[in-house]
Design a protein around this ligand. Structure first.
Ligand SMILES: Nc1ncnc2c1ncn2[C@@H]1O[C@H](COP(=O)(O)OP(=O)(O)OP(=O)(O)O)[C@@H](O)[C@H]1O
Length: 950
């Protein structure tokens, strides 16, 4: 380069960068002209400022006089020109500027804003060509996905420098292979069997396999794995002694024998109280800890009643099919002692068609779920006449599952059930609810089933061992980012690696363990890394761990549950699919990779260990995100925070309308009798349904003006009302070698995981997708041994489609104070290409074009236009408006789980696409990431929190 020339690095806010060489005597004005000629971000937004270290560059400033340190760059910040109505403090446009004097306060703000921008831009991986870097804007790997924890790359590859250094364990792959994305198809072996890309242990790794108890493990971790200060807090939850009471005197002899046969000679005090209340006809809510013997609280009264009255029937409702299977096993065991055979059957989507008639005719204890009640049992209630006319008990276990939108649907399904029972079959069953994690169990279940009186039982008489609850923050390390010229930044070690080491420690020392991870991909990564660690530290244990997640086919899941129960497996990496009470035998320890979305969920998961009064251990490992770091810094807030309230909004007009149409289909609605079930808005909702052509008001007879019949276009309206927003369109993943179905992936998630050339993980093993047939929705893959993973680059656009003010009429006082709106929206994702990324170095090896159709779905969004006054204030302080509002959206997304029951991954926020030509509104927006929306954005509690947090 000639001496009088200077090369300057310029980056746009979306990460695209370019180098411009100019004469040292040239001015910033010349630099801008050069950028307009060659740099797309400067071409798209013709008006832009150039900032260096937070200060706007004067147009006349000489390039040769600009002081740029090593790795520092100029930032291109687009702005909109002033509107016709000048604002006294609007950001100046292209004026020949002289930097105004900056107050100390503003300078500090600008410095910190600058630092944020630098951090953001520095964290965008350097790419061999500038255009690649620009496309990272669309990638789900950037924070805009709202799910920094989603995958390995953002959670950092396990063999990144810091983890290698930290434990002196990791070294590069020893087989001398290059970074070229080669596929060793010939080996047909999972990568585990060869020296692969991940950690290799050294003497400092724990090779010991001495059995340890939970308390001993805590000491062991303090001296070993956790000696870099990762353990930031230990909460010791003391043990609790059992409080027993004798079996009630009036319990039948046959019941005593049944209890004896399963090893029960005394009842815990809460069991006794619940059973007495239930037998005396009271509705009961049992709200005691996990594994406190809640099942007996309903099984005893129900089986007593069914054995004494040969016509009596009962209905058990569980939120999942797995729980229904689990409960069936327990009851079958118990009722072996009974002389009379009480038929107990499951009636759910998996029940073979040919068995259904027999079950309807013979079952006395029917185990089902809300979905089956909704689509089958209620619309065809006459087929269940025998059961419904003799229904003594309705049992609703895991009642805390029925919250939010699913809770709202279930509440209305229960109203439909009660209405059919009372209005047609003259039957008024007694309800029993069980829950371990709800702050408002009585209030919640009363609303759920519209009951006036429920007896709450929460004096827990079960014993419980002490629990050590550790907060584990991955250690900080200095790391160079941004290539050879990059700067040193402080980053935490990968929490995925930390959890993997902890998982292997548990298994090595004989502690049966569940490692809870928020996503399926995290489960696979944790399994894969843990197996690699165990290859070094305890080879014979490699196959004693596996993944458990909902996407697996039912047969595989049942096998894992059984293997865990029988002790063939020592640990599983699981999603929240294992959170609810499926009995998988004794578990000693739980690991929690990131905050699961609610305190209730954290305790529910931690409650899976230490069952049967044994000592146990739980370790919460933090991500680098603000929510986890908040928990690490404020353990008192985490442990002192009450579990969340379960909220059910059975008055939501949209959901109410849907269920009233279903109810009218099941039996004509009569205002006089049915207002009692559906509330005072029934009349107006029926009128609306009539106007839409769903109901007709029959005026032919004397009382007919009050009878409403269903006449809608659907034969059975319940068929088109989804109560859980479950996706029915799924992609199959098939192992070509044996034609085995590995997994079914929901349509909305499929293209992130499977496409031609994708590396798909299943039980920690890598598969290459060789064929991807869109028409049959099938991905054909085969096992490979590769040293890279794949990651798509995509962009998601949110198009809001008009709508109502967010505040509901009940909040009228706030109505005028906010412009927040809750609207339908269209979410559209486009895929551009995918990267192949080296596992050992995290380097992008190459980029492959993707030809996938865009995927769109309707959902719901809640958003607020940023007031002009805020924009003016931001401009006054010379802060960056777009970047700031985007950061605010992410901040909101991250803290919402502290205020309501949802996970940050349930929601997304928008990120402006620089190639978008339409004007982007200045707003803060969150949208529901579930196709169709699970109604999060329109929940009263959500709206309240959204507006409060803003
Ligand atoms: N009175 C009792 N004496 C001894 N053991 C008992 C007693 N009651 C229940 N148990 C045992 O406690 C274990 C846990 O019982 P159960 O599964 O009913 O608990 P739970 O509260 O329903 O659990 P979850 O919260 O996971 O749903 C079972 O093995 C059961 O046999």
């Amino acid at each position: 380069m000639a001496q009088e020339e200077r090369e300057l690095q310029v980056r746009a806010l979306d990460g695209r960068s370019t180098a411009v060489t100019l004469a040292a005597a040239a001015s910033v004005r010349d630099l801008k002209a050069a950028l307009r000629g060659s740099f797309p971000p400067a071409q798209i937004s013709n008006s832009f400022h150039l900032l260096l270290k937070g200060a706007k560059l004067r147009l006349e400033a000489e390039i040769g006089n600009l002081v740029t340190g090593n790795g520092e760059f100029i930032v291109l910040v687009p702005f909109s020109r002033k509107s016709a109505q000048p604002s006294p403090v609007a950001m100046p446009a292209e004026e020949p500027s002289v930097n105004p004097p900056i107050s100390q306060e503003v300078a500090t703000g600008a410095n910190s804003a600058w630092q944020d921008i630098m951090d953001d831009l520095s964290s965008i991986p350097n790419s061999p060509n500038a255009d690649d870097a620009s496309k990272d804007l669309y990638s789900s790997s950037i924070p805009c996905s709202g799910s920094y924890a989603e995958d390995g790359s953002t959670g950092k590859s396990p063999s990144t420098g810091c983890s290698r250094k930290r434990r002196k364990l990791c070294k590069e792959n020893g087989n001398g292979s290059s970074d070229t994305p080669g596929v060793d198809g010939a080996s047909k072996q999972p990568s585990m069997n060869k020296k692969s890309s991940f950690v290799r242990s050294a003497a400092s790794s724990c090779h010991d396999k001495h059995p340890l108890g939970p308390a001993e493990m805590v000491e062991h971790l303090k001296k070993g794995l956790g000696k870099e200060g990762q353990i930031v807090h230990i909460e010791e939850i003391p043990c609790r002694r059992a409080s027993y009471s004798e079996l009630p005197r009036d319990l039948s002899e046959v019941m005593r024998k049944a209890l004896e046969s399963i090893g029960i000679s005394r009842l815990y005090s809460h069991q006794s109280e619940a059973i007495q209340s239930s037998i005396s006809g009271k509705h009961v809510a049992v709200a005691t800890s996990t594994s406190s013997g809640k099942s007996l609280c309903y099984n005893i009264p129900v089986l007593e009643s069914l054995s004494q009255d040969l016509m009596a029937c009962a209905l058990y409702i569980f939120p999942t099919k797995a729980l229904a299977q689990d409960q069936l096993r327990t009851i079958v065991e118990m009722k072996k002692a009974f002389h009379t055979d009480i038929n107990v059957s499951i009636y759910d989507g998996d029940t073979p068609r040919e068995d259904r008639l027999w079950i309807r005719d013979n079952a006395r204890l029917l185990i089902t779920n809300p979905d089956m009640l909704h689509v089958s049992l209620l619309p065809c209630h006459s087929q269940f006449q025998r059961i419904l006319s003799n229904l003594r008990y309705i049992v609703i276990d895991e009642a805390h599952s029925y919250k939010g939108v699913f809770g709202c649907h279930t509440a209305l399904i229960l109203r439909r059930l009660k209405r059919i029972c009372s209005n047609i079959y003259g039957c008024h069953p007694t309800f029993t609810f069980c829950t371990a994690t709800s702050a408002n169990p009585r209030e919640h279940v009363m609303e759920l089933a519209k009951l006036d009186n429920v007896k709450l039982i929460q004096n827990d008489g079960s014993p419980c061992g002490s629990k050590y609850f550790l907060l584990w923050n991955p250690p900080l390390h200095m790391k160079k980012e941004g290539g050879s010229q990059g700067s040193l930044v402080t980053r935490r070690s990968s929490p995925i690696v930390e959890v993997s080491y902890l998982f292997s420690e548990m298994v090595q020392h004989g502690l049966r363990c569940i490692a809870f991870c928020k996503t399926r991909k995290l489960c696979e990564l944790v399994l894969s890394y843990t197996r690699e660690i165990l290859e070094e530290t305890g080879k014979e244990l490699v196959d004693s761990i596996c993944v458990y997640r909902a996407g697996y086919i039912a047969e595989d899941r049942r096998k894992i549950e059984a293997d865990l129960f029988e002790g063939k497996l020592l640990g599983v990496a699981a999603t929240n699919a294992l959170e609810l009470g499926i009995d998988v035998g004794h578990i000693d320890a739980t690991l929690h990779l990131g905050f699961p979305g609610s305190v209730a969920s954290l305790w529910q998961q931690a409650g899976r260990s230490g069952r049967r009064a044994k000592q146990s251990l739980a370790i919460y490992v933090a991500f680098e995100g603000p929510l986890d770091q908040y928990s690490m810094k404020s353990p008192d807030k985490l442990f002192g925070k009450p579990i969340e309230h379960c909220q059910v909004d059975s008055h939501n007009p949209k959901v109410l309308g849907q269920h009233i149409a279903c109810a009218a289909y099941e039996h004509p609605i009569c205002l006089q009798y049915d207002e009692n079930h559906f509330g005072s808005t029934l009349d107006s909702i029926m009128t609306t349904l009539k106007d839409k052509g769903f109901l007709v008001n029959n005026r032919s007879g004397p009382f007919s003006s009050t009878m409403w019949n269903y006449i809608g276009p659907e034969k059975n309206p319940s068929q088109i009302i989804s109560i859980r927003a479950i996706e029915h369109d799924k992609y199959k993943v098939i192992d070509k070698l044996n034609n085995r179905l590995l997994e079914e992936i929901e349509e909305s998630k499929a293209f992130f995981q499977v496409y031609e050339g994708a590396i798909y993980m299943h039980q920690g093993v890598n598969y290459l997708v060789e064929e991807f047939d869109l028409s049959s929705r099938t991905a054909f893959c085969r096992k490979v041994d590769v040293k890279y993973y794949t990651k798509t680059r995509d962009y998601t656009d949110i198009n809001v489609l008009g709508g109502d003010f967010a505040y509901l009429p009940a909040c009228k006082t706030n109505h005028l104070k906010t412009t927040a709106q809750a609207n339908s929206c269209k979410v559209s994702t486009k895929w551009f290409d995918f990267h192949r990324i080296c596992k050992s170095s995290s380097k992008i090896l190459d980029t492959v074009e993707l030809r996938l159709p865009p995927y769109s779905y309707d959902s719901e969004a809640v958003w607020i236009r940023i007031p002009r006054s805020v924009k003016i204030a931001v401009a006054e302080r010379k802060l960056e408006f777009r970047g700031g509002s985007h950061a605010a959206s992410h901040a909101l997304l991250n803290i919402l789980p502290l205020h309501m029951m949802c996970s940050a991954s349930d929601l997304g926020t928008e990120c402006v696409n620089p190639h978008e030509t339409r004007g982007m509104p200045e707003r803060i927006l969150l949208y529901d990431k579930h196709p169709g929306g699970i109604g999060l954005a329109t929940l009263k509690s959500f709206l309240g929190n959204f507006c409060l947090l803003l």
